[in-house]
Ligand binder design. Sequence first.
Ligand SMILES: [Mg+2]
Length: 282
Amino acid sequence: MLPAVASGDQPGMKRPIASCFLLDMDGVLYHGDRALPGAREFLDAVSDHPHLFLTNNPWRPPEEVARRLSEMGLGEVPPERILTTAEATARWLSREKPGFRYFAVGGHGLHRALAEVGTEDPEQADFVVVGEGPGLDFDSLTTGINLVLSRGARLVATNPDLTVDGWHEGKHRVLPGCGALVAPFEVATEREAVVIGKPEPLLYQMAMERLATTPEACIMVGDRPDTDIAGAARLGMRTALVRTGRFPPGAPWPDPLPRPDWDVTSLEALIGAFREAGVLRR
Ligand SMILES: [Mg+2]
């Protein structure tokens, strides 16, 4: 028997909590190429619930992300449970303009997602799309800014992160994020890019569509107050901060960002807190 919530219900009506989990990955489930303690147990605990893995990183397609999770011992995650900002961007663009033409700068995951629903066209693009990974140089910047300034193409950024953790030339390094890579286009064109990833609403909205759910039923689990938590809270989701990534234990809350419903230092602690709150079935 599931516990019931009263908020928003008519008097006398009980509806079961149907918690859906939106899970950030880097800094929550793994760091570098190592699973974080409790990650496997946490995924087992939420496996009975609708859930989706959300990443601001557009670089790798869902199949590669799933393979990585498997290699880290986190089980077999179906690629359709992984929503990257590359896919979310492609879907948003095809809604804005079905059959769109684009010019993209970024890694292969972005190019693949866009090619599935649009046509690459550096001469007559409707959108200049900037993601993460290789691709930014003098030529691509020149092509992109001319499309914006001369053709009126819209500038789109997959995500706002200024830096990301990743691998470069065999070393774990801080890499430039999309926020840094799109900046030269914004500066040169004096246009602001449309941003798809967290904390902007579009990625969360597409996640909810995929799960056929509402903000009230969702719990976002993330490691960053400014993206994972802030964006979800603004949409009315419940939020859980795990201080295992970018935001360490003991760090003071960065006011005025909305505070999470759960603030823990490990996934083991989060499992306990979720069970205590009655949001987990087992
Ligand atoms: Mg993270």
